[in-house]
Write a protein that binds this ligand. Structure first.
Ligand code: ADP
Ligand code: ASP
Ligand code: MG
Length: 403
């Protein structure tokens, strides 16, 4: 009998009818003889609502522990509702909070990492004939504090559970029927991929394709969890995330990712001396702000400019941290821009082909889109452009690379 871990996202649990439909889908799997562990996300919009109320109260402070207690509650609601919907159908199911399962994480509130998952209570539930309905996104630290894994983190909860349970497959059931060549909400011509490699999926997810939480892909790759993205409500094979096959014909580019949630910070006229980058970025990383792209210009007259990007939600905090520092190091100016977006092309085929970057830049130039920053790795090229050009950039690149 196969064991499948299924994760249902917010839209799939958006209202009572959808919760009933998910229960019916689960019933179908049970009738086929599968054993299931189900992971749920909060009902759609719920986590945003909770974050927003939290911020209205905590105007002048930062209360990460309480924000986690607050936002983790969304998953508790959907787990209980789905368990009841299943019980109504005569199916044995029970909700299990991360604390009851014991999804042990570190104590970094808001972006906790899973360290260990105990399987005893889950196995006991399964052996008793129950379908455990586990709250995604949540964890608990060694001091018994509730933690959360970061936005979109219930994908990671599901894959981690699948890994420790040795599940035959982890299904991410969502509102799209697979992984597309670009976000189908942005590009009408985007097409579903039957398969994509872990490596490419990890890049796409890390670069903004929110169809999968990046750490879920990392986990699946590391623990060899067969991972599939598919639609909750339409039948179909979805997209399988696979290991690279040696003779698989590789397209040059497999997909395009975009991220709107970034902001750019520029410090100009900084003394061009050793240690300046660490002086600027040190306090920022100490404050747990993630820095993404970094560009430092060649110096002239002993001075240089330093530009980097952070998450838009960290922008104000970053400027506040940098202000006193800029005075201290005698920088000429501190500037920022929130209206930027990052567009990335990803593909393992890039490794063996020169000229991909030129093709990308030519395409953007022909649309008169100015590139503000560039960053590359072996299988991806990212550019920062003004946010108003985001859609045009993604659509043009999608057609340029024949996706
Ligand atoms: P869930 O609530 O089920 O976790 P998410 O909203 O987190 O769903 O993720 C699904 C969404 O991801 C889709 O609705 C789609 O707009 C977006 N998305 C972004 N990039 C892609 C892509 N390459 N393929 C499919 N969906 C994508
Ligand atoms: N409910 C959480 C969020 O909205 C976790 C998730 O959906 O995966 O981010
Ligand atoms: Mg999601």
């Amino acid at each position: 009998m196969s064991l499948i871990v299924q994760k249902y996202g917010g839209t799939s649990l958006g209202d009572v009818e959808r919760i009933q439909a998910v229960a019916a889908r689960i019933e179908g799997y049970c009738k086929q003889g599968h054993r299931l562990v189900v992971v749920v996300s909060a009902m759609s919009g719920e986590t945003n609502r909770l974050v927003s109320i939290g911020r209205q109260i905590s105007v002048s402070g930062h209360y990460p522990r309480e924000m986690d207690v607050l936002t983790a509650s969304g998953e508790q609601v959907s787990a209980a509702l789905l368990a009841m919907a299943l019980q109504q159908r005569g199916i044995k199911a029970k909700s299990m909070l991360a604390d009851q399962v014991k999804v042990l994480t570190d104590s970094v509130f808001g972006k906790a990492r899973i360290q260990k998952i105990e399987t005893q209570s889950l196995m006991a539930a399964l052996d008793g004939g129950y379908i455990p309905i586990v709250t995604g996104y949540q964890g608990v630290d060694e001091h018994h504090n509730i933690t959360t894994l970061g936005r979109g983190g219930s994908d990671t909860s599901a894959v981690a559970l699948a890994a420790v349970l040795g599940a035959d497959e982890c299904e991410i059931c969502t509102d799209v029927d697979g992984v597309y060549t670009a976000d189908p909400r942005l590009v009408d011509a985007a097409r579903r991929l039957d398969e994509i490699t872990f490596e490419e999926m990890l890049e796409l997810a890390s670069l903004g394709s929110k169809v999968l939480h990046p750490r879920s892909v990392e986990f699946a790759g590391r623990y060899k969890v067969p991972l599939r993205v598919l639609s909750t409500f339409n039948k179909g094979p979805g997209t399988l995330i696979t290991v690279e096959r040696e003779n698989m014909e590789q397209p040059l580019i497999s997909g395009i990712a975009h991220a709107r949630d970034e902001a750019k910070v520029t410090v100009t006229g900084v003394p061009d001396i050793p240690g300046i980058a660490s002086k600027i970025l040190g306090p920022i990383s100490a404050a747990n702000v993630e820095v993404d792209m970094i560009v430092q210009n060649t110096g002239a007259d002993g001075l240089t400019d330093f530009t980097f990007t952070v998450k838009r939600e960290d922008f104000d905090r970053t400027l506040a941290l940098l202000k006193p520092l800029c005075e201290e190091i005698g920088a000429a100016n501190l500037a920022g821009d929130k209206e930027i977006a990052k567009v990335s092309i990803v593909g393992v085929g890039m490794r063996s082909h020169a000229g991909v970057a030129t093709k990308m830049f030519d395409c953007l130039a022909s649309e008169n889109i100015n590139i503000q920053m560039i960053s590359t790795s072996e299988i991806k090229i990212s550019v920062v452009v003004a946010e108003k050009y985001l859609e045009l950039a993604v659509r043009s690149l999608h057609s340029e690379f024949g996706l």
